[in-house]
Design a protein around this ligand. Structure first.
Ligand code: SF4
Length: 325
């Protein structure tokens, strides 16, 4: 069974980009059935049972059926609301979210154990309301998972901590991570259109540069969305800038507006073809990225365990969904 995503988003001219009357076929997703549905339900039960949030749900990720049926999910810690209001993201914005939940690290570790995760991706909401941007809480969550599952590789998809370099140092000091990820999200020219004014490509690049400087033993990873108004050339330039600060793992995916009825969300500017994503993948590898996932439905945590394994083994492992052929 397959379905179209609920994101037929007209652009500013009131039409779908590139003259599409509907979304292109390569954005078709498969719904789980049989054993896959049971596995999906198992993932859901653990998440709900442990009172955790996931970016899969909060960001309305198109891969949720695929990933959860594989028994993976990306946990979102430090609350369900973010202090920033980026125009691509459906996570709710609040100036003053609830206080941090001191039990969250243990509940997270318990969920990871129940799901027998070999690799876990933990992402965060921005907590500009906290003096350390939430860094200490992020660190506690990672430590709790590591205590419970010392063999599990951990990937933290971090905020920019509002450029608080002391907080970044604290976060990274002896943290048992394998991957430190932080997303630049879009090409630099579009920062003000796409991201909250407190975020920028330059600041994100600096987070990644410093992370590598502080912890050369960790892989650094970033992600770019396309379809928000960039040119192909700007994507190539952005990839090169990421390589120049030592980023080794990269993902590229198509932006899909979370809700066409809400003016907060940017309209889709264009649907990039699977062939163009493949072109960037080859280009990124030629630049020296150790692992690349590039395709219409790719998200920063998409098949994250395989992306890491590809980097560590040098073997190409990341297969894109069949709809993208
Ligand atoms: S790609 Fe990431 S955010 Fe999307 S469903 Fe999979 S794990 Fe969740």
């Amino acid at each position: 069974m397959s379905s179209r995503l609920p994101v037929d988003v007209p652009n500013s001219r009131g039409t779908l980009p590139n003259g599409h009357a509907r979304l292109p076929d390569w954005l078709r997703v498969n719904l789980p059935s049989g054993g896959a549905q049971a596995a999906f339900n198992g993932t859901l039960n653990v998440i709900q049972g442990n009172v955790l949030h996931t970016v899969c749900e909060e960001a309305r990720c198109p891969n949720v059926h695929d990933c959860w049926a594989r028994g993976t999910a990306t946990f979102m810690i430090a609350g369900k609301e973010c202090t920033r209001g980026c125009r691509f993201c459906s996570v709710e914005t609040l100036k003053q979210p609830d206080p941090l939940d001191a039990d969250e690290p243990e509940r997270l570790a318990d969920a990871a154990e129940r799901m027998s995760l070999a690799h876990i991706v933990i992402t965060v909401v921005n907590r500009d309301d906290l003096p350390d941007g939430g860094a200490d809480h992020y660190k506690r969550c990672v430590a709790a998972v590591h205590r419970r599952l010392p063999e599990t590789t951990i990937e933290l998809l971090s905020s920019d901590l509002d450029g608080n370099w002391q907080a970044l140092e604290h976060l990274l000091e002896e943290i048992p991570l394998r991957v430190f990820a932080h997303n630049v999200e879009c090409v630099p020219r579009l920062d003000l259109l796409v991201r909250d004014p407190r975020a920028s490509f330059a600041q994100s690049l600096e987070v990644l540069r410093r992370a590598k400087e502080l912890r050369d033993d960790l892989w650094t990873k970033s992600s770019l969305m396309v379809g928000v108004g960039e040119t192909d050339r700007e994507v190539t330039d952005a990839l090169q800038q990421l390589r120049d600060v030592g980023v080794e793992l990269v993902t590229l995916g198509q932006y899909l507006a979370p809700d066409r009825a809400t003016a907060k969300f940017l309209p889709v500017d264009r649907f990039v073809t699977p062939e163009q994503f493949l072109f960037w993948a080859e280009e990124a590898r030629a630049m020296g990225f150790r692992s690349v996932a590039s395709g219409p439905l790719v998200r920063s945590s998409y098949r994250a365990g395989l992306v890491l394994e590809e980097a560590e083994t040098g073997r190409r492992l990341v297969q894109l969904p069949s709809a993208e052929h």
